[in-house]
Design a protein around this ligand. Structure first.
Ligand code: ASP
Length: 414
């Protein structure tokens, strides 16, 4: 709890809403008026993207090891642990499929005609059979996988490492735990530091994009608008239809009553864009308003704030498909299956802090060999979508808490 409050204070320091908004307005103006000089500022965007890429491997590796050892060491919570993981994975997969369905239906990126510096980027994977991709999840050489940033292989090894770290003697386990926690915390600090430069990164990237597309700017804005609506619509379907149905039919819970009790944490999630910062309020509301025991909420919610991110998973899937569409790459069903799988893994590896989901999108882009410049496309509109997806992340955790409490025979207030 102490840590979470500290996180919250950190979050307060990087309230980026205004800076980002100003950066977007300035960069659009700069890109339109000083088109010829844009080449002198695009380096800022490149530096920012390089910094994001720099973070990703150590951040994800340590985050997954810490997460897996955390779950594995709660042995006494066996049955509840199993139910919780089952709930978290299945709701995240349903969320991703909802996003995938809508993005294929609406196709917001089609016709955006973005070009990538490395045009062959997406073609590799298109020719690679799914079987081969699955086999490649097992790295022949983990150091090589780390160097190449082969995300699926890295995640596979990290899960394995975390799992077996819980099977060794107590003293070794504690050492592994402590070391990776230390790496994770340092990486988080670096991430926060890099994220502070988002407005400058946005300025470099957006002014470059605006200058390049100055003749069809309205069309690009239109596409971005439709993309945002697609994400928002999928989030609404998942949070307002799917999760309430699960609560009603599996948990025999009144979703409206539960929603009313959750208003404070949901509004906090929306305004802070951080599941971690919201955690104390989520616990308070789930226990006092919905009547979940402290034993259940104390296990389900902190775990959920770290690994269960339905909103982020859905968002990442839609964003990657949008990028593929905008750059003109047609992903086959098999590749879309990889997007679903990696979106699930990436959301598990996403920390509950603002804009973390934007960093872990790199995992999916790399897994299906899409151009990383795609991030530049969605960067400018990430913040409002972050507010929405964080709200859904917190909402799903709380729904999990009541469903699991009910299945454990607890008498609830909802
Ligand atoms: N901001 C999100 C959260 O804290 C994570 C993300 O960026 O998707 O839940």
């Amino acid at each position: 709890m102490q840590e979470t409050l500290q996180d919250y204070r950190n979050m307060k320091k990087i309230q980026l809403h205004w800076q980002i908004l100003i950066a977007i307005i300035l960069s659009v103006g700069f890109g339109l008026i000083f088109t010829e000089y844009v080449k002198y500022v695009t380096w800022m965007g490149d530096v920012f993207l390089r910094a994001l890429r720099m973070i990703i491997v150590p951040l994800i590796f340590s985050s997954i090891v810490v997460g897996v050892t955390g779950i594995g060491s709660g042995k006494n919570l066996g049955r509840m642990g199993f139910k919780t993981i089952l709930y978290y994975i299945s709701t995240s997969v349903i969320a991703i499929l909802t996003g995938l369905f809508l993005v294929n239906l609406i196709r917001p990126g089609i016709g955006a005609h973005f070009e990538t510096a490395n045009n062959g980027g997406g073609l590799d994977i298109i020719e690679k059979p799914i079987g081969e991709t699955l086999i490649n999840i097992i790295p022949e050489n983990i150091i090589d996988a780390l160097v190449r940033g082969d995300m699926l292989a890295i995640i596979f090894f990290a899960i394995l490492f975390g799992f077996f770290a819980t099977k060794v003697s107590e003293s070794v386990r504690t050492t592994v735990d402590k070391s990776f926690k230390a790496i994770f915390e340092v990486m988080m600090k670096i991430t926060m530091f890099v994220i502070k430069f988002t407005p400058i990164g946005i300025f470099g990237i957006v002014s470059g994009t605006v200058a390049e597309h100055s003749d069809n700017l309205l069309e690009v804005f239109g596409k971005m608008g439709i993309y945002m609506l697609t994400v928002a619509a999928a989030l609404v379907i998942h949070s307002m239809i799917t999760l309430p149905l699960i609560m009603k039919f599996i948990g025999k819970i009144n979703p409206i009553k539960h929603l009313k009790g959750m208003s404070v944490p949901l509004l906090t999630a929306f305004s802070t864009s951080s599941s971690n910062a919201t955690l104390p309020l989520t616990m308070e509301a789930v226990e006092n308003n919905s009547g979940v025991s402290n034993k259940t909420s104390g296990f389900v919610l902190p775990l959920g704030a770290t690994v269960n991110m339905d909103g982020t998973a859905l968002y990442e899937c839609v964003a990657v498909m949008f990028i593929a569409q905008a750059f003109g790459f047609e992903l086959t069903l098999a590749q879309q299956a990889i997007v679903v799988l990696t979106a699930l893994l990436a959301s598990i590896g996403t920390a509950g802090v603002p804009m973390a989901g934007l960093v872990t999108i790199i995992i999916i882009l790399q897994a299906v060999d899409l151009p990383l410049e795609g991030i530049a496309l969605i960067l400018a509109v990430d913040r409002p979508l972050d507010m929405l997806r964080t709200t859904v992340n917190v909402w799903s955790d709380s729904c999990g808490a009541v469903v699991i409490a009910k299945s454990e025979g607890e008498v609830l207030k909802v």
